[in-house]
Design a protein around this ligand. Structure first.
Ligand SMILES: Cc1cc2nc3c(=O)[nH]c(=O)nc-3n(C[C@H](O)[C@H](O)[C@H](O)COP(=O)(O)OP(=O)(O)OC[C@H]3O[C@@H](n4cnc5c(N)ncnc54)[C@H](O)[C@@H]3O)c2cc1C
Length: 440
């Protein structure tokens, strides 16, 4: 049996960040992953002149631990900041592409909402504070009316969680808005108070997010063991005994777990936690990359991307205009878009033959953006893409809190807790390491 002070399970961005901060604090650690490659959901490829990302495409550079990693690994020179036109975002309503209003004036002029839809936002000013979590659909409709929900919030959340808003928790998926109404009763008032807060930049890396992962891997590689799946975790007095499918048995003092919830549920000894984690569902998403010569399209892709509405029953959730967001995606004469398909609103499409899905989406994009011909196409399928923060998430959280009290030497920091974004994952990992340092 191997003994190690700190064991990390999972070498996605959460686990790698744990490893980074432990190493920075001169701690002994080992990091395991079941795959033969680190990075988890961060996966990319440079192919035929196009820089593709199958997982995250844009990341918010919004917290100190993230900046700390970038600075320490001397990656500031490799950061690519988003282009100014990313402030333009579009919604497809019926068959018309609308720009999302970004100012009071553009809101008044927008055809995305009727006059009635626009004045409904004032319901928020007279709404009571909500203490108990609500499905996003109920929460938003009660404060802003159906049009804001159907034409703005629902497409936006579909873009992040690919989830059905009648099942999605407001408290966890609209964290800021939920906080505003708790603090100020009115979301509008809360937003106005924060209107001068500077927005965090959206970043990428010169050679893609894979480059960032490779640099993190280089930093911790002596302590990284790939193709080693953890099958069981048992408690043994003050220690933990971890069984793997690669023949290693490991005893550790502190354990960091950064895998999907269903994996934890299979390996963990605590029956209540097992049951709570089984409640977390993941959706499947197909990621389709399409490249074309700029002159082969009639649409002006001058923005971040386009989202579809659930009501319109489209085959796709949204489209990212990658080569508009960042300048290092492909050559100047080409354009790359990424289409996200499936999620909770359209689960059947991601069970279809990948070639059929690709053809359907190519036709949709040709019609929508008047693209005559593609010179590049790729299809990628995630069976378990993004965890759903459903309306019973409070119960899951309570169970995890209870588990933490009974097991202060186990740190669960995965993307099904406190945010799915890459920057949230880094922040949570940093906080877990800080906590662990206080335990002798
Ligand atoms: C299609 C898609 C688009 C996204 N877009 C964005 C975006 O634009 N911006 C953004 O910020 N975020 C985005 N996200 C979310 C973000 O990428 C993820 O939430 C984040 O990368 C998760 O990192 P993680 O380390 O917590 O988990 P993961 O990346 O899932 O890593 C978990 C690791 O655990 C390993 N593992 C699992 N079971 C075991 C076991 N039994 N033993 C050992 N190892 C195990 C897995 O192999 C994996 O490597 C997107 C995600 C997807 C899927």
């Amino acid at each position: 049996m191997i003994y190690i002070e700190n064991l990390i399970i999972g070498a996605g961005i959460s686990g790698l960040s744990n490893a980074f901060f432990l190493k920075r604090n001169n701690r002994d650690f080992l990091i395991l992953d079941s795959q033969n490659k680190a990075g988890g959901k961060i996966r990319g490829q440079y192919i035929d002149g196009y820089r593709l990302e199958f997982g995250p495409n844009t990341v918010l550079y919004n917290n100190d631990p993230f900046r700390d990693i970038v600075k320490y690994l001397q990656l500031e020179k490799d950061l690519v900041y988003s282009n100014p036109q990313v402030k333009n975002r579009f919604i497809l309503k019926r068959n018309v592409i609308h720009k999302i209003p970004t100012s009071g004036f553009s809101f008044l002029c927008s055809k995305l909402l009727t006059f009635k839809g626009k004045i409904s936002i004032f319901k928020d000013l007279f709404s009571k504070k909500n203490n108990h979590d609500l499905p996003v659909e109920d929460f938003i409709k009660s404060r802003f009316g159906s049009q804001i929900h159907d034409n703005l919030i629902e497409p936006f959340l579909t873009g992040v969680y690919a989830s059905d808003t009648s099942k999605l928790s407001s408290k966890y998926s609209l964290k800021k808005l939920w906080q505003f109404q708790k603090e100020s009763r009115s979301i509008i008032y809360g937003l106005l108070k924060k209107r001068n807060v500077q927005k965090s930049p959206i970043v990428y890396f010169n050679e893609g997010f894979g480059y960032f992962i490779n640099k993190l891997v280089d930093f911790v590689k002596e302590n990284l063991l790939l193709s080693c799946k953890v099958s069981r975790i048992e408690k043994n007095n003050d220690f933990l005994i971890v069984d793997t499918e690669c023949g290693k048995k490991i005893k550790c003092k502190k354990l960091f777990i950064s895998t999907e919830s269903n994996q934890i549920s299979k390996m963990i000894f605590d029956v209540s936690l097992k049951e709570a984690l089984q409640k977390i569902k993941y959706n499947s998403i197909d990621v389709i990359h399409l490249g074309f010569e700029k002159e082969k399209a009639k649409f002006n892709f001058n923005g971040f991307g386009l989202l579809s509405r659930k009501k319109d029953n489209r085959n796709f959730l949204g489209v990212l205009f990658n080569s508009q967001i960042f300048s290092n995606i492909c050559s100047e004469e080409n354009e790359l878009i990424t289409v996200l398909v499936g999620g909770q609103n359209n689960p059947t499409i991601v069970k279809e033959n990948p070639d059929e899905v690709l053809n359907t989406i190519k036709n949709d994009m040709k019609n929508l953006f008047k693209i005559s011909e593609f010179n590049f196409e790729r299809h990628f399928r995630w069976r378990e893409a993004i965890p759903l923060y459903s309306i019973n998430h409070d119960l899951v959280n309570k169970e995890i809190e209870k588990f933490n009290v009974n097991n202060p030497n186990i740190f669960i920091n995965s993307n099904f807790l406190d945010g799915v974004s890459v920057s949230d994952c880094i922040l949570k990992s940093y906080e877990s390491v800080l906590k662990s340092l206080k335990i002798s």
